[in-house]
Write a protein that binds this ligand. Sequence first.
Ligand code: SAM
Length: 306
Amino acid sequence: MNSEMEKLFYWLESETTNIQQQEDLSYLESLLAATDKWLDGDLRPEGTPSKEDIRKAIQLTVLKGMQENVQPHHQMTPDALGLLIGYLVDLFVKEEAISILDPAVGTGNLLLTVMNHLGDRTRAAGVEIDDLLIRLAANTGNLVEQPVMFYLQDALQPLLIDPVDAVVSDLPVGYYPHDDHAAEFELKGEEGMSYAHHLFIEQSLKHTKEGGYLFFVVPQALFESPQAPQLHSFLKANAHIQSVMELPSNLFKNAGHAKGILVLQKKKEGLRAPKEVLLAKVPNMSQPQSMSKFFMQVNAWFKDNK
Ligand code: SAM
């Protein structure tokens, strides 16, 4: 931990606890109230923390709130994963000004990690169905001064968002409860319910420019489910699979929730598929030597295939 960030975290945590003690609010609601006051100038931290200090301090405080009130469907994307996706976006997307969409933006941690990593080259849209999380995301976005438009809605309903250069998203996994909306997707379950994560992939491709890239955190077993053949043929028709990466299990508390990264490029006339798909295993991210080998593998693939 860097000390500026630590100081900021302890300050925010103590302001949040004060609010919680004075008002009848949950920890996360109190954190939201603290960030409201911070934005209004009623609370002010010492020093001049950087964008990353602010994002990380809020992230640690959110994590504390989530421990108090377990929210299995609202797992924040771990930092290491956000940084890895930021690296991949930087490598693949060559536009000088990049538009990004995260259709399941949650607390905004993944999206803002990627945006901070890319400097001032990005603007973004974030969609989230949970009112508290999106308000936290919006306050964090304002505090780190990143240009993000937030939409509080079901991302699988029609979106008023122009096609983007890149999608980054840690997809919600499981069945989508609204069969009537699911029926409008090619990836609707042929027999029975539809997988939300499949519908999110289709919706994201719809909102990506031709030739744009998509970076998803997906269940490790994405291509092993009973509905995988349908997903395969949909992807074959609409995108070029660039990479499928296995993430290290220590990133996730529950081994049953093992995840991977799927990188796609939306098809465009004249654009060819890579010679081979990059199949890689991401090593333990706290081991710099293994990580630098991994980055060498990714860069070598990129040189041969892009
Ligand atoms: N990347 C996020 C972060 O860093 O906080 C975490 C994303 S979390 C794995 C998935 C998110 O999808 C949850 O916040 C959940 O509320 C949201 N979600 C689930 N179904 C949704 C839907 N139909 N439309 C929009 N958001 C949805």
